[in-house]
Design a protein around this ligand. Sequence first.
Ligand code: GUN
Length: 285
Amino acid sequence: MTAEIINGKELSKELKLEMKAEVDILKRKGLTPHLSVVLVGDNPASKSYVKGKEKAAAETGISSSLIELPVSTTEAELLQLIQELNEDDSVHGILVQLPLPSQIREQQVIEAIHPDKDVDGFHPSNIGKMMTGEDTFLPCTPYGIITMLKSKNITIEGKHAVVIGRSNIVGKPIGQLLLNENATVTYCHSRTKNMQQLAAAADILIAAIGKAHFITDDYIKEGAVVIDVGINRQSDGSLTGDVDFESAKEKAAYITPVPRGVGPMTITMLLKNTIKAAKGLSGIE
Ligand code: GUN
């Protein structure tokens, strides 16, 4: 079998066109969704992600502002800024790019963002709502993955989904969203003993490990759906996934590439959440 490729870049393009049309209507009603992005320090990967977010926002007519703070910023200073953004009615979404410098506690920052402006879906109150299946902001990468599966009409209900990785940003929430869609979910992580055997039993395999080409075809069941969340920089500067794409595509039924896979979808879902925040806060539909 040669897998069908789920092209996140193409799907993002379609979704952004739909969002642009929605934003145009909201603008005519006097509402321009606004996203404030906060970047602390000068981590090159973070800088490039933030640039991508600003560009995508502009493409859909969402206004955005980038607030850049020095690497020496204190936790109190960042919390003060978040307070101001929480109170600013012209700001609908707040995103503080992670990771943060070591003197700042990430959890304090995440919990300081008003849940109604938490377009990352990282606030404990929004995580709780996600767990109970209430309407809320879903974390962007997992939300993007579910959207990719649905775009191909891939059945999730009753399927065995295996998630490799248990980060708060990707692994844990994608397992929860797949469970909400009635999958049977197994989590694997660095202490898992029989990872290859578990992965090879998956109907839907989510690779969020952070190791280039870790998932070779012997981790994949014939006909599986393989979602690659890895973004690993190679020595030549190019990006590659956690999945060994060339061997995996011969066994999988569906596969996401890197680049042009999950990455563009993460940014697109952030825009979707920003529109949702703007509508929720303003009462304008
Ligand atoms: N760093 C890596 N991914 C993310 C994300 O989805 N949101 C934020 N705020 N920071 C990140």
